[in-house]
Design a protein around this ligand. Structure first.
Ligand code: C2E
Ligand code: MG
Ligand code: MG
Length: 577
């Protein structure tokens, strides 16, 4: 290589160092800057203001004061002292900048520093992070569905879009709550509950397909499915023509979600109740509230159904709220008490035995409302988790009264105490233990206690059956209440662990006039007899009804004809009469 060639190569190198968009500088370990390219000067200028660019440590004193210490501490003969240090350069007119600084030790005499402007990268990364964080803030971590915040945003967006919407189009909010979800959590544990929620979310997505492309969780077709609370989901449907379109989606959701699940080795059923609010002129949170109110109505009506919101429901919801608040107080202030309705044995000769049994029925003496009947508060107590306390109170009080009658009335005392049981009481793992304790404390004989369960409860999954068998193991008997109104038929009676079938009042009241109802009673009695179960006719109000059910060989009867539910002293009088 000639000298000229060398010179050219050197020139080229200098040009390269000069023009590179990376700041390069060389300094002595004491900080004195020996060489620097124009890019370095440009990047460092804002850091030094009026001062000179001749000392590395002075230049970085304000933004990377640790630099000198790092250099001094670096004992190795050469190597990387610092890499990618973030230097925030304050705004000097051209906007704030972010630099990345790396410092290398070349040898004992020389340090080399590189500087690059990473402002744009940093901003981009920041944007990405913000985006990720906002997406996370709008996403439910369990199901990866949008959350409540996202729903409110979407509704707000729909309202804005709505101003430009073609006439005759609207949107709907579907508020869904899983029926008896608490039971799954209580019986199978929280993680099984979580697993179920993920599966439910999948079913919801399946129903809302085909829209495949999603933007930030929002499906482009104007459908949004979100999880807004424990077992609560919301679907927003935009661009609908009529509320009936929302109802048809609700129907499909109910069918899809209601198909069985396999969770934690169990087959479980999870239905949903859906409230539908049609979006007209309301704010997002008002829409969600109305849909939620309609959902509660769907639940009250038995669940696994949808209900369209109507304004009258607001008042009922407020009342329900009041009742919940007041019921908590009622439990503390002893406003609840128990009445007893006699159950008489029906003899073939037309006579009755008054001492066959009593059914305990809870009452609430409300300081302002007066006597509140159970149908107004049992359902609410079940929903808000108060039923356990109510049920335990009734059981304990009834056992005490019953034991006292046994002691005081001799042969005229009732021989059986029937107490109603709510399904929610069975989800408490230890309830059989509570019953055993109450029997023990009150001195009540297990064989004289009968718990009444409804068809829908008794027919439920294996776990419920297991709980019922635990109760029976205590020596208690079970009765199937309101038979004929639920969904289990005569054909499945043999599957239920019950000893007594109580034929619902609606059959008894029509037994005189309707041949059909008479036949149903007769069939029920026959099937029950063949299974070794006895029968009670509920709600007998007239002598004619009593004659019909006796003729059909019902074992026992209960109803206003014999007596209305009575307080304990009045019942004693009735028994002694
Ligand atoms: P149920 O267990 O079927 O109780 C019978 C209901 O029918 C009682 O209503 C009783 O007063 C009423 N009844 C009895 N005979 C006649 C009659 O001849 N004609 C008419 N029209 N009605 C009659 P009540 O006391 O209002 O209770 C309603 C329901 O509330 C009960 O139905 C039961 O399901 C529930 N319930 C009552 N007490 C309790 C309780 O302590 N715990 C639970 N979980 N549920 C309860
Ligand atoms: Mg009952
Ligand atoms: Mg009944």
């Amino acid at each position: 290589m000639s000298e000229t060639d060398d010179k050219l190569a050197y020139e080229a190198l200098i040009q390269f160092l000069y023009r590179t968009p990376i700041g390069l500088l060389q300094a002595a370990p004491d900080g004195h800057i020996d060489l620097m390219n124009p890019m370095a000067a440009q990047l460092l200028m804002p850091l030094v203001a009026e001062a000179a660019l001749d000392d590395l440590y002075t230049v970085f004193a304000g933004v990377a004061p640790q630099l000198r210490g790092a250099v001094d501490a670096f004992a190795a003969p050469s190597g990387v002292i610092a890499e990618g240090l973030r230097i925030d350069v304050p705004d000097q007119g051209g906007g704030a900048k972010v630099l990345s600084l790396s410092v290398m030790k070349l040898d004992a005499q020389r340090l080399m520093a590189t500087l690059s402007d990473v402002t744009v990268d940093t901003r981009r990364e920041h944007d990405r992070l913000v985006h990720r964080l906002t997406a996370a803030a709008r996403t439910d971590p369990l199901t990866q569905m949008p959350n409540r915040g996202a729903v409110l945003e979407e509704l707000q967006a729909i309202l804005v879009r709505g101003k430009r919407r073609p006439a005759g189009q609207g949107f709907a909010v579907l508020f869904m709550n899983c029926d008896r979800f608490r039971q799954v959590n209580d019986m199978l544990g929280q993680s099984a509950g979580d697993e179920l929620l993920v599966l439910v979310a999948d079913r919801i997505r399946t129903v809302l397909r085909p829209p495949t492309d999603r933007i930030g969780g929002v499906q482009r077709s104007g459908q949004l499915a979100a999880r807004v609370g424990g077992d609560e989901f919301v679907v927003v449907l935009d661009g609908l023509r009529r509320v009936e379109d929302a109802e048809s989606v609700a129907g499909r959701l109910i069918a899809a979600i209601g198909r069985g699940y396999h969770v934690a080795g169990h087959e479980i059923v999870c239905n949903v109740s859906i409230g539908i609010a049609w979006g007209d002129g309301l704010e997002p949170d008002e829409l969600l509230r109305d849909a939620g109110i309609a959902m509660l109505e769907a639940k009250q009506a038995g669940g696994a159904r949808y209900v369209r919101f109507a304004a009258a429901m607001r008042e009922r919801a407020a009342r329900r709220n009041d009742i919940e608040t007041d019921l908590r107080l009622a439990l503390q202030e002893d406003q609840l008490y128990v009445e007893y309705q006699p159950v008489v044995a029906l003899h073939a000769d037309g006579s009755t035995d008054r001492a066959a049994g009593v059914e305990a029925l809870v009452r609430w003496r409300h300081p302002q409302r007066g006597i509140v009947p159970p149908f107004e508060f049992i359902g609410i107590a079940e929903e808000c988790g108060l039923i356990g306390a109510v049920g335990d109170f009734v059981l304990e009080q009834a056992c005490r009264d019953f034991v006292r009658w046994r002691a005081e009335l001799g042969g005229r005392a009732p021989r059986l105490l029937a107490v109603n049981l709510s399904r929610a009481q069975l989800t408490e793992g230890s309830w059989a233990g509570t019953v055993a304790r109450i029997l023990e404390e009150t001195g009540m004989a297990a064989s004289m206690l009968q718990l009444e369960v409804t068809e829908s409860l008794a027919a439920q999954d294996a776990d419920v059956q297991q709980r019922l068998h635990e109760l029976k193991a205590l020596g208690i008997t079970l009765a199937l209440d309101d038979f004929g109104t639920g969904y289990s038929s005569l054909a499945s009676l043999h599957l239920l662990p019950v000893d007594t079938v109580k034929i619902d009042r609606s059959f008894v009241s029509q037994s005189e006039t309707s041949h059909h109802h008479r036949v149903l009673i007769e069939a029920t009695v026959k099937v029950a007899q063949s299974l070794g179960m006895n029968t009670v006719a509920e709600g007998i109000e007239t002598v004619a009804q009593a004659d019909v059910v006796r003729g059909l060989q019902c074992d026992k009867g209960q109803g206003y004809l014999y007596s209305r539910p009575l307080g304990s002293p009045a019942l004693s009088d009735w028994l002694m009469r």
